[in-house]
Design a protein around this ligand. Sequence first.
Ligand SMILES: NC(=O)c1ccc[n+]([C@@H]2O[C@H](COP(=O)([O-])OP(=O)(O)OC[C@H]3O[C@@H](n4cnc5c(N)ncnc54)[C@H](O)[C@@H]3O)[C@@H](O)[C@H]2O)c1
Ligand SMILES: [Zn+2]
Length: 371
Amino acid sequence: VTETTTVRIDLGERSYDIAVGQGALSGSGPRLREAIRREPAIIVTDERVAKLHLGALERALDGAGIAHVRIVLPPGEETKSFAHLERLLNAILDTRPERKSCLVALGGGVVGDLVGLAASLVLRGIDYVQIPTTLLAQVDSSVGGKTAIDTPHGKNLVGAFYQPRLVLADTGVLDTLDRRQMLAGYAEVVKYGLIGDVAFFEWLEANGARLIAGDAEARRHAIVTGCRAKAAIVAADEREASMRALLNFGHTFGHALETETGFGAALLHGEAVAIGMVLAFELSAARRLCPPEDVERVRRHFAKVGLPTSLRDVVRPRWSARNLVDHMHQDKKVRDGRLTFVLTRGIGDAFIERGVDAREVRRLLEGEIAA
Ligand SMILES: NC(=O)c1ccc[n+]([C@@H]2O[C@H](COP(=O)([O-])OP(=O)(O)OC[C@H]3O[C@@H](n4cnc5c(N)ncnc54)[C@H](O)[C@@H]3O)[C@@H](O)[C@H]2O)c1
Ligand SMILES: [Zn+2]
């Protein structure tokens, strides 16, 4: 058993704790007792996670004497939809909630995003707790209060900023995650090093493989470091007026790739972001902002742990630079026809560049595709 570390998200009266560590779930009774203001707690999870980890949560609630009910959704990105939101809202209303009722989101980013949005809507806002069960959710989606569903117009286009009352990140639940999902989450971990913390990137170069293989202490350190980095950014810019956009490093490219591959199993979000971060480094190097050695160093690290690093690593017939750039224009990150990118001066030194010409991006992608 490793220790549990608490990271505080400072947002005035919307502040909350993230508890990170092995056993954070089974030992969560007292924290849940404090966070949950009205019973029964309404657990929302997906079928897959229910089989693996719902028992531990229910035992923790029982141990703390907290009554609970459960709503189990199908797993997968399709669940972040209007149809499932409607079903979920009705299922919650069936439990006759009051203002102080509390949803408990047990699952990955899909469950977390959907439940957070539902919490913001029921009675114009009830409580919720996040218990993220993927590495991606522990280090990224459960922190910061962005909630959303997808629509036919695109991903995450309908949502709200709505903060949870508590986040519990148990590194132990990651043991049941498959390697590919683990690596996809790991890409978002590396993102924090690349954005603003070269020492953390160095630590990951030395310890990343250990973390992926299951070392609880390495996981705790990485999740805590990631959450602290995100906490600092979110505290400074909760609603993404400026600096929060740094968290989109690699994401403009990544979303374009995901749009092209249909947001499915062909390319997971984290995999797309890994390739996207390498491309952001390349774009920065092409502009002579960043040393080419840094591009290679990032690429080497991803390749070493088993993440894709280029368009060529994705099995598909053929990429079109033109389609990819078109997707970027449809993304939320466009203003006045100019693309906004997070670029970098080197590892740990990212910044927001608002005026990137689409032709420059297209040239880079054409070069990648031709190579
Ligand atoms: N709100 C934000 O700030 C934010 C940030 C990043 C991503 N996201 C969103 O997060 C979503 C992706 O999240 P995700 O990668 O966690 O996907 P996910 O929730 O779909 O989980 C991936 C798969 O792993 C399974 N799973 C979850 N925990 C498991 C465990 N412990 N053991 C075994 N299997 C487990 C799930 O059932 C699912 O099949 C996307 O919809 C994305 O838009 C949101
Ligand atoms: Zn992401």
